[in-house]
Design a protein around this ligand. Sequence first.
Ligand code: 13P
Ligand code: SF4
Length: 302
Amino acid sequence: MAELIEKIKKLKNEKNAVILAHCYQNPEIDDVADFVGDSLYLSQMAAKTDADIIVFAGVYFMAQTAKILSPDKKVLLPRREAGCAMADMINVEQLRKFKSLHSGVPVVCYINSTAEVKAECDICCTSSNAVKIVESLKSDKVLFLPDQYLGKWVESKLNGVEVITYDGCCPVHHQILAEDILNARDKYPDAKILSHPECRKEVTELSDYVGSTTGIMKYAKESNAKNFVIATEKGVVDRLRRDCPDKNFILIKENLLCESMKCTTLEDIYKALCEEKYEIKVDAKLSEKAHLCIDRMLGVSE
Ligand code: 13P
Ligand code: SF4
């Protein structure tokens, strides 16, 4: 593995490439990554980089967002099939129908959506800035898609804003049930329970902290507690165990894995750099419209 890591680093320098990795990736990817983090952080890095090539160790919507933010760069997704089941839950026709039922209401889309969907929404958000983004609209009603749980969690944080949600969800986080949290409380009474806002309402309500993947890691690292139950994809637990060996991290459910996130290997990254594939392309007109939606978010988040 050490040899492969060196080969990737060498090629990365030769080609002036940058590797962005989401924290659900296999943890060994961090050994070659320039930036590791949540969706907001990675999109900010994609917008700022002066590299010629961006290799996105993540899923399709993330690489597509990077391409929209940096249209002059070559953006590569090492595994073509790495999609996001939640992003696939809404297409443009479904979006138009949803909007037509609530005309005139501002539309917020989660970054976990396609460029076509972003192009027809007012503003984008990630799990770490969703509350701030909805608040920035200064409207008593907003439409939120595709994730019903993130949308309803945002509503619970804001006074007097009705968040009308589309009925999408993340199949990984959807597996976590209230009884899992209650069982964990019984078994680990002194542990802090940290969950992602893509979890069901009952789960976030029973948690001690709710936040993005980076938010969860930051909370656990800064907390004085020793034991933590983590209600999100396993990659977060793997990184916390590595970074905080003196603390104890329990994954709420065994095998809580996002297969799309886990399919990328170091070999795939090496191949992606060697062969410069799979290149993400976005139609220029579509990209321009989707860019507006993402840019409004980055403007609020800075
Ligand atoms: P974060 O922005 O919190 O990293 O979440 C991305 C994601 O896809 C969670 O399922
Ligand atoms: Fe999509 Fe869920 Fe995987 Fe995140 S964990 S990339 S929302 S399928």
